[in-house]
Design a protein around this ligand. Sequence first.
Ligand code: KIV
Ligand code: NA
Length: 263
Amino acid sequence: RKTVTIPALMAMRAAGEKIAMLTCYDASFAALMDHCGVDVLLVGDSLGNVSQGQSSTLPVTIDDMAYHTASVARGNKSAFLVTDMPFATYGTKEAAFQNAAKLMQAGAHMVKIEGGAWLAETVHFLVERGIPVFAHIGLTPQSVHILGGNRVQGKTAEGAEKLKADALALQAAGASMLLLEAIPAALGKEVTELMSIPTIGIGAGPDCSGQVLVMHDMLDVFPGKKARFVKNFMQGQDSIGGAFRAYISAVKDKSFPAPEHCF
Ligand code: KIV
Ligand code: NA
């Protein structure tokens, strides 16, 4: 298939074709996801939870992320590859640039950072220097101790207004994509309609430009408690490739997420 690029993702959004994204942490799964047609692979700092057995993403380091990015990049041929910048690696724009460069040199095509309008200057600084940025708002797990747990965000009128203002500020600063995690489905739709860049949802309703899930959740491998937005795509399949294809189909035909996966 054709290599997935930022213009290709913009064209999918414009055409109303949903973008199917999954997290990925190693070369073999990258090769299989790429072969099955996953559009975007995310080397998520969720690897702290699912791979390292940590209870949050906070212990994950830039070297951990670079190591997994290099592994995924070796297995992948044509999917678009995004890597999370981990906790405390983008506190200043200069630090963000130094750390993002490590991920780009390991094979990432874009970096993802968690936070709102306060990151606008950092987004601009990275984009000017050749590093595309995916901005992550709503439930931002690196701020778990500020949020007081993994809670649904944007439920109050004030929270929803702040989320929309953050989305617009990040887009104006040059972000190429916007991740919406754990917000009411109606707000996911509203933000998506406000934006001219693709939105990718996880627990943000069916109207985002695309969807993402953690691989270990959708394969029903992760032993912990499942979030409401998780669906087990191994059900009814006899191979992992079958589960990836079922996920892609369900995202593209808009049957996932269903109302029971939404807030
Ligand atoms: O780290 C991760 O897996 C993520 C997704 C849940 C969006 O950031
Ligand atoms: Na993450």
